[in-house]
Design a protein around this ligand. Structure first.
Ligand code: GLP
Length: 239
């Protein structure tokens, strides 16, 4: 694991954006695995700034997002579709046909999950997967469990995650209890992984991710087995 210790969130965002932009410059038709949450927003802002300056071109890039809440339509302000449009897609020259997120409104969830895995395969897998880290060590919505799940699947969110994500909803009762998430196989098959972490509240989860035993109880700990992981974290998260 390459660990980049940065001063604060702004420096984490600049470093992560540097790594992503290098990927796009070296391979303009890169397949980027993207994440939601507060952690990558600064990274997206920096990428947008460089795009506006003319230094980045997203026209050939494909994207595959990690997850989506079950039951939320793309135009729901709390959906991850909406988040990605707001924080990145609407602000760069990405081709809407090359953007992929699980459909939270799919009637047949099993088919939706299988289709998502086939789509990842047909794009040749992920070149660079951006990840945030849940307080309980989750990646995407792969929650602590007795075993890892390989493929895209339906997940019941843990109480911890529901509480952590409630800040973005008008009431905790509005937080969906289920989500569709990419599985551990697609994440681990990414050629490169970039984990961005910020804040003292993530320090315990990050420490277990890097130094703890590899266990599905701390889903991110499996990243120890990946040959090309970069962790970009601020001083507060990296104790
Ligand atoms: C959600 C997302 C994860 C994200 C996590 C942490 O649960 N599904 O992909 O990493 O939140 O979010 P934040 O960066 O806001 O702490």
């Amino acid at each position: 694991m390459n660990i980049y210790k940065e001063k604060d969130y702004a420096a984490v965002s600049r470093r992560a954006a540097n790594i992503i932009s290098a990927q796009i410059i070296q391979k303009p038709d890169s397949v980027l695995g993207l994440a939601t949450g507060s952690s990558p927003i600064g990274t997206y802002d920096q990428l947008i700034e460089w795009y506006q300056k003319g230094d980045l071109d997203f026209s050939k890039v494909s994207t595959i997002n990690l997850d989506e809440y079950l039951g939320l339509a793309a135009n729901d302000p709390n959906s991850y579709h909406y988040f990605m449009n707001k924080h990145l897609f609407s602000k760069v020259n990405i081709n809407a046909e090359k953007v992929h997120l699980p459909d939270g409104t799919a009637l047949d969830i099993e088919t939706e999950c299988n289709t998502y895995d086939s789509m990842i395969g047909s794009l040749g897998g992920i070149d660079l997967q951006l990840l945030g880290l849940g307080h309980n060590g989750h990646i995407g919505f792969n929650e602590p469990s007795d075993s890892y799940t390989a493929g895209t699947h339906l997940v019941h969110l843990s109480q911890n995650t529901i509480e952590a994500n409630a800040r973005l909803f008008s009431s905790i009762n509005d937080v969906p209890r289920k989500a569709i998430t990419m599985g551990i196989r697609s994440i681990m098959f990414a050629k490169r992984i970039l984990l961005v972490v910020s804040g003292a509240d993530k320090a315990d989860a990050l420490h277990k991710t890097i130094y703890g035993p590899i266990t599905p109880q701390v889903p991110a700990s499996i990243l120890q087995l990946h040959p090309n992981v970069s962790i970009v974290a601020d001083e507060a998260a990296l104790r």
